[in-house]
Design a protein around this ligand. Structure first.
Ligand code: ADP
Ligand code: MG
Length: 458
């Protein structure tokens, strides 16, 4: 037996969590998790789709990690892989074919794991529309001719628009056509963490060897590198090493590189040395096509009028669109009932009652808040600690945390380079002030409304 076998810990974790969560959460999401394997300090679990993975991570990951820590007494990480549910068309196969089929399935499931690529992020599963056709064509070209056509390639655009899907599709496609190619997919966050870890353990040579000897480097979410001085430095050298040998690099970023803060100029210029492509939110027709595709892939059905309603209702990005669809499917699966349009409306109303608007910028928030308090935006971004500025700045930080997905570290950066504990402190201050000063709460509500209502107008 394996030295690192955490299956019993997992069993117990599962039992305990099942008792703590609602039956609905359990049947919809949690019960879909299966144990796959363990290695040192890591458990691999599988779920049957990206939808489920996203929900599981969001809802239970913290709980799972916590339980594992309590039970085992040491920190065990968890990774999730996607293993689609079996289609039981086996009856037509004879036994040797069953074995063959099983082996194939395992092959599909297993080798990608070290590549960290999600199984379903392929070009075939990606719907092309006016908003993304340029990006898709570039990515397909890269996967046919890595290192030769567009190098590096930078994809940028807001959250949920398919950056991760496309960059991984390049990896999946190359992995299929050319098994010998050394491909690394990593998020900039993983890259950073691994870098720090290797420095700590005096293993920098390993790190260099790993990243400077690949044929294809796929680095997701480079906005994470803001402020990470030594990681940037390392990536700069990695870049040069790979570039000199015509090794393919693809990067993604959630905004134009010119808008990143605290990024060295030399790295910034390298990110944009090759081809830069922008992803836009999909138009209505593309949204409909995307949902049709999702239904096809998951083998589900939805009436046309409901599907059209979802696409009208949700226009922000594909991730929200998928979440909406998922909610409807979960409902009809769970209650085994045909969904009516009015029920669909009700369900989505609830889901997007107070949506996190991904397209709200900190810049916008600072403008609205500084206008209201008769300050300049620079005051909020400054280090000044005069009384007239401190509260508005705290309010702006609080609002940013409430209505965007920026982390406290990212927020700190935009407010005079403060660190995340200062931001947390500011948020706490505002929270307690709200309790004693209802007028402040009213002001904040108004500000949020203003920020949301003229969002985009700038
Ligand atoms: P990003 O990395 O830009 O935040 P993702 O690549 O994670 O976005 O996309 C969010 C979800 O939307 C994923 O499940 C992805 O498969 C799906 N998606 C995005 N664009 C498309 C598209 N054009 N066709 C099919 N699925 C898409
Ligand atoms: Mg992404």
């Amino acid at each position: 037996m394996d030295k690192w076998d955490y299956s019993d810990f997992w069993k117990e974790t599962k039992l305990q969590i099942e008792k703590e969560i609602s039956a609905l959460d359990n049947s919809l999401w949690f019960s879909n998790i299966s144990y796959v394997s363990s290695k040192e300090k890591l458990i691999t679990l599988s779920v049957n789709s990206d939808f489920v993975k996203e929900q599981v991570v969001l809802k239970f990951n913290a709980l799972i990690l916590d339980k594992l820590l309590q039970l085992s007494g040491s920190k065990i990480e968890v990774e999730y892989i996607i293993a689609p549910a079996d289609n039981s068309s086996r009856t037509e196969l004879d036994s040797s074919e069953i074995i063959e089929e099983d082996l194939n399935k395992q092959k599909i499931r297993e080798p990608r794991r070290d590549l960290q690529l999600s199984y379903s992020y392929t070009f075939e599963n990606f719907v092309i529309g006016d908003n993304n056709s340029f990006a898709v064509n570039a990515c397909v070209a890269i996967s046919k001719n890595p290192g030769k056509t567009y190098n590096p390639c930078l994809l940028y655009g807001g959250v949920g628009l398919g950056k991760t899907h496309l960059i991984q599709a390049i990896g999946n496609s190359l992995n299929k056509t050319n098994k010998d190619l050394k491909i690394i997919y990593a998020t900039a966050e993983n890259f950073t963490n691994e870098f720090i870890q290797k420095i700590k353990n005096n293993k920098m040579q390993d790190f260099k060897k790993k990243y400077r000897n690949v044929d294809v480097l796929l680095l997701d979410d480079i906005h994470f590198l803001q402020n990470k001085v030594s990681t940037q430095e390392e990536l700069f050298h990695t870049f040069n090493a790979l570039y000199d040998y015509n090794k393919q690099m693809v990067f993604t970023c959630d905004r134009p590189v010119s808008e990143l803060h605290n990024l060295t100029d030399r790295l910034r210029s390298r990110f944009t040395r090759g081809l830069t492509v922008n992803l836009q939110p999909p138009e209505y027709e593309t949204r409909v096509a995307i949902l049709h595709k999702k239904l096809e892939v998951t083998n589900k059905k939805l009436d046309d009028d409901i599907l059209e309603f979802v696409c009208h209702r949700i226009s922000t990005n594909v991730r929200d669109l998928e979440a909406g669809l998922m909610k409807l499917i979960a409902y009809s699966d769970l209650f085994n009932k045909k969904l009516t349009l009015s029920k669909a409306k009700e369900l989505l109303e609830d889901l997007f009652l107070d949506p996190i608007q991904d397209d709200i910028s900190i810049d916008k928030i600072q403008k609205v808040v500084s206008d209201f308090y008769n300050l300049s935006q620079n005051d909020l971004r400054s280090k000044k600690r005069t009384k007239a500025i401190v509260l508005p700045r705290q309010v702006a930080m609080y609002i940013t945390r409430e209505i965007t997905e920026y982390s406290t570290s990212e927020i700190g950066l935009e407010f005079g380079g403060r660190d995340h504990t200062t931001v947390m402190h500011a948020i706490q201050r505002v929270k307690s002030k709200i309790v004693t000063e209802p007028s402040l709460e009213a002001i904040i509500k108004k500000l949020i409304k203003d920020i949301k209502s003229n969002n985009g107008a700038k």
